[in-house]
Write a protein of this length. Structure first.
Lengths: 146, 249
């Protein structure tokens, strides 16, 4: 048998008279088979937490003048920071692709009289919006808009 | 008929009167090319070891009785050909359920959860016979049809990581069936069920692992039902703030 699940998982409100063996976890949870993608999806939250702290640090540096900002930029050029940011980018892409795949079928068949568009259309719309937002951000960062 | 090949089944055994914990037992048996995993288990039961206990009934993926973990994956054993596996196959009771004996799981917890979502048509007032049948268009039927295909085999519960960790979680099949009636145009009990769905341990405990839909042998897509139910439960709550509630009580 595999590792135990919560001892009361799927227990009836009042246990029967027969002694039962405790429930087992699914064999492959959490790091094998399809569970790996789910676990990684959830673990990316830790990465975003770290990114959030770095953003706060960048804001703090901005508020402390050009020297502080320049020092932060030099720190961010460190290969460790670069690797971290590449990892964060890969995580965002991974989460987005998984989310976009699952999002269309989570739409209710209708809201009042209105029906959502078909799944493939929602799918395409999500990618178009993602691409559009990315292009706007890149244009801003390149100094093209402001 | 071609000579029978041999396969080894590693079956999880548990006798509540003798065993402290479940144990594995190996059976090397001759198998026919067209056998399902259930046929192999029935062969063991009939010809090798009559003490083996497992549930089965229809043999055609309709009754939902023969769900087990086959090589670690929740499967309907009557639908699963032996050909798709190697020479050694492990068969265990469904994960996430207490085990009564060998491959037989305790179902009462599931039945109680299922009943709690009131999986039947609720009406504010029953139609009189003279009023004729309740009519439903094909488009209305399409909105819930796939969710009504559930055979209560509980494979989705065996795959769900939330069921593993939250004993009070209603689980995929029960929520899918509740949602199936909520979107049925003949039903007027959505208000009642949405109140159940907004409680702790129901739809909002789902973290959308999507495992339930991956393992469903009838392609019901319970993950879609659970996440649609989340949306409907919120809309129902918001409209309830400004509009009087109708429907069944």
């Amino acid at each position: 048998m595999t590792r135990p699940a919560h001892p009361h998982a799927m227990q009836p409100r009042r246990p029967g008279r027969t002694r039962t063996a405790p429930p087992a976890l699914p064999d492959r949870f959490p790091f094998a088979g399809r569970y790996l993608a789910y676990t990684l999806f959830d673990l990316t939250g830790l990465l975003y937490l770290a990114v959030g702290f770095l953003v706060l640090r960048a804001v703090w540096a901005l508020g402390n003048g050009p020297e502080a900002w320049q020092a932060l930029r030099e720190q961010f050029a460190n290969p460790l920071y670069v690797t971290f940011h590449v990892l964060a980018l890969v995580s965002v892409c991974f989460v987005a692709v998984r989310f976009f795949r699952l999002f269309p079928k989570a739409q209710p068949p209708r809201i009042g009289p209105a029906k959502p568009p078909p799944g493939p259309v929602i799918h395409v719309m999500l990618y178009v919006v993602w691409l559009g937002v990315t292009l706007v951000m890149v244009t801003i960062l390149a100094g093209g808009l402001f | 008929m071609s000579p029978a090949a041999k396969k080894t089944l590693v079956v999880t055994r548990f006798d509540p009167d003798r065993d402290e914990a479940p144990r594995a037992q190996r059976y090397e048996i001759p198998v026919q090319e067209d056998w399902m995993v259930l046929d192999a288990l029935n062969f063991i039961k009939d010809e090798v070891d009559g003490t083996l206990s497992h549930r089965w009934s229809c043999r055609m993926a309709v009754c939902g009785s023969c769900g087990m973990m086959v090589n670690g994956e929740p499967r309907l054993t009557c639908k699963d050909s032996l050909r798709q596996y190697g020479d050694t196959i492990s068969v265990a009771p469904l994960a996430n359920f207490p085990v009564v004996r060998d491959l037989v799981i305790e179902m009462d917890g599931f039945m109680q959860k299922l009943e709690s979502v009131k999986p039947w048509i609720l009406r504010a007032k029953e139609l009189a016979v003279e009023e004729g049948p309740m009519r439903q268009s094909p488009a209305e039927l399409e909105e819930f049809k796939q969710f009504s295909m559930c055979i209560n085999c509980m494979l989705c519960y065996a795959a769900c990581p939330v069921v593993s960790n939250e004993p009070d979680f209603l689980g995929p099949a029960a929520i899918a069936l509740g949602h199936r009636y909520n979107v049925d145009s003949r039903d007027e009990g959505a208000g009642v069920r949405n109140e159940i769905f907004r409680a702790e341990g129901t739809v909002f405990s789902c973290s959308y692992a999507n495992e339930c839909s991956e393992v469903c042998p009838k392609h019901v897509d319970p993950a879609a039902a659970v996440n649609q139910a989340k949306f409907n439960a919120v809309i129902d709550w918001a409209t309830g703030l400004v509009l009087p509630r109708g429907g069944a009580k």
